[in-house]
Design a protein around this ligand. Sequence first.
Ligand code: ZN
Length: 461
Amino acid sequence: MLKIYNSLTREKQEFKPIRSGEARMYVCGLTVYDYVHLGHARMLTVFDVVQRHLRALGYQLTYVRNITDIDDKIIERAALNGESWRELAQRFILAMNEDCAKLGLQRPDQEPRATDYIAEIIDMTQTLIAKGYAYPAASGDVNYSVRKFAQYGQLSGKKIDDLIVGSRVQVDDSKLDPLDFVLWKRAKPGEPSWPSPWGEGRPGWHIECSAMSVRLLGEHFDLHGGGMDLQFPHHENEIAQSCAACDSPFVNVWMHNGFVRLNDEKMSKSLGNFFTVREVLKTLRDPEVLRFFLLGSHYRGPINYSAAQLAQADETLLGLYRALQDAHDAGVCKAEWMAEFRAAMNDDFNTPEALAVMQAVARALNSAKEAGDKSAVAEAAASLRAMGLSLGILQQDPSEYSKRGVGATLTDAAIEVLMQARREARSVKNFLESDRIRNELSTSGILLDDKPGGVTEWRRA
Ligand SMILES: [Zn+2]
């Protein structure tokens, strides 16, 4: 029985899907104006593990993770670089896909982009105005009136008046209440915009998730996830929009992952103390070390990032690979171990506990090797591999992995991912990006040879 901590009810609950055997999950993805940083990597990895486990339990899962491809920061950054917002967003979507592949993340079933859902967003905004929840303001924006939604504050557990006192809300005279938020933003001169009943403009951030989740998963679905910092106001506002527009409960279970901390401070762009995944991966034996490190803490708590912690993760993971080395795996797992592993994962995705089970199996595997007990070796190796698969680790060739030094060459799979990203970049004539990928590969000792007919071959230097 799977139990999940629900941020809305503040307790661990048995997961009961709305439709028997199915699960529908929406996760708030990235705003694409820069490279993926460690905080993003954690969120992405947490929900990748959630989706793997739901599928392993046999649920027919639909996993949607959105891409915010229009927003103030994208517009500002593009203007600064002298490129169009579309080019900038496309560039960082490609970069995100590369980083995700290196971290062993499976692609969600759908990755909707906000600007592909402008009609749905306008539709929902019109519904909210018609039902009296939203109003066109003197500023030209359309705002949501939080006081009209009686349950506002249910997710963050706060009353509107407390929220107003506690938040530093920008003063905007055209808002009826300081907490009212923008559904549709009037375009300033020169900004990208779309026509709407309220003039040229673009969507606010919150409405895109409501409009896209309703469109892709329906008015009432099982799971909604994101980083803890999105709980208020983003997810509170999503609830206000979707419940009011659809007269429906919206989401059953809200899941939030904790922060990555650096020297006990939250790691974030705004504080300037963040690392990109690219920077971190350069220091590692293999990207899998970062994934392993992220899984070493329970998703709801904070993770403290340090080079020492990463080195520890590297050593432990290497130990698991070494245990698998020269261990013949007949494919039959030990039921008792698998049950222990599954119980840990069923307890609100307790990955540290699951990794502890794996370490115990690795110890048993090493002892069986020493004792020359071939059937025990095979059973332990198969179990360890199977557990690794459901966490997205331990699937590489153990002897190759063990030989690899820190900062050494990429795996074949990672090279293929980069090659695919380069083909995609070339197909849209983004030669800056395709050259960047060629350089990245070359610094890892991978040389490319572009053949006639668009075929590219690679070889290790
Ligand atoms: Zn969202």
